[in-house]
Design a protein around this ligand. Structure first.
Ligand code: SF4
Ligand code: F3S
Ligand code: FES
Length: 248
């Protein structure tokens, strides 16, 4: 059965903005993005929202619903009561362009800072051989749709603009961990994780894991194992001695 929902949507740009109230019809089975589209079609034709697949796979429609990072296309209206006011705001960690659309270029800059997969010299594509267990280990991380909800929610940067330069965020620390686990990757990842990508700033609050729409165990399967490998490198007396004698 349909009903009229109360929506509060942030409207504005980089300079100014505020929350505006709307009453919008809702039909059975709809998601928040359907309601935002109905708002555009009927009351706010210039409302800016980014979306593409409507299937939770392109990572475009990231925003915040009642203050929680969400994909708008995967947030069912049935999870709210009919008399609840539903507040939709842009991702807080990134600069607003307009309305619900943010500038996520921070993430692309961080992606570029991660050294690409570096196979052994002389091994051509097609000659790579690795065990199935190593292939499977990275499959979980490759489900990432780059929605950047984990980047949005992590407290290290959410309210601390000053940390952005030093911290790659969970999505890209996960990428570093994935490459470090790869048996054919020859690049130095552990010092760079710690000193260039800011792994030490993560204090494993697991908020990133909680919001990931792909249910990737970012903290348990990528960040904590990476921290352990960094700690081994720096605090294992044998590793320390090896580093002294055979510094690479
Ligand atoms: Fe989104 Fe999850 Fe990828 Fe983070 S790890 S960008 S939350 S899919
Ligand atoms: Fe941030 Fe996730 Fe670590 S939320 S603090 S990157 S566990
Ligand atoms: Fe593609 Fe929501 S529109 S994930």
């Amino acid at each position: 059965m349909g009903y009229d929902a109360k929506f509060r949507v942030w409207r504005g740009d980089a300079d100014d903005g505020d929350l505006q109230d709307f009453t919008v019809p809702v039909n059975e089975g709809e998601v928040v993005l359907d309601i935002i589209h109905r708002l555009q079609a009927t009351q706010a034709p210039d409302l800016a929202v980014r979306w593409n697949c409507k299937a939770g796979k392109c990572g475009s429609c990231s925003a915040e619903v009642n203050g929680r990072p969400k994909l708008l296309c995967m947030t069912r209206m049935s999870t709210f009561t009919e008399d609840e006011v539903i507040t939709v705001t842009p991702m807080r960690t990134f600069p607003v362009i307009r309305d619900l659309v943010t500038d996520v270029s921070f993430n692309y800059a961080k992606a570029r800072e991660v050294q690409a997969f570096t196979p052994p010299e002389g091994l051509a594509p097609g000659e790579y051989r690795m065990k199935q267990v190593d292939v499977q280990r990275s499959q979980e991380f490759r489900k990432c749709i780059e929605c950047f909800l984990c980047q949005d929610t992590c407290h290290v940067v959410r309210d601390h603009e000053e940390n952005k330069q030093a911290f790659a965020g969970p999505r890209f620390l996960m990428r570093v961990a994935e490459l470090d686990m790869h048996p054919l990757d020859m690049a130095e990842r552990r010092d760079s994780a710690q000193y260039e990508h800011g792994l030490g700033l993560c204090n494993i609050t697991k908020c990133c894991t909680e919001v990931c729409p792909e249910h990737i165990k970012i903290t348990d399967n990528a960040l904590i194992p990476m921290k352990e490998r960094v700690a081994d490198r720096h605090y294992d007396p044998l590793v320390w001695l090896g580093n002294k004698l055979f510094r690479r």
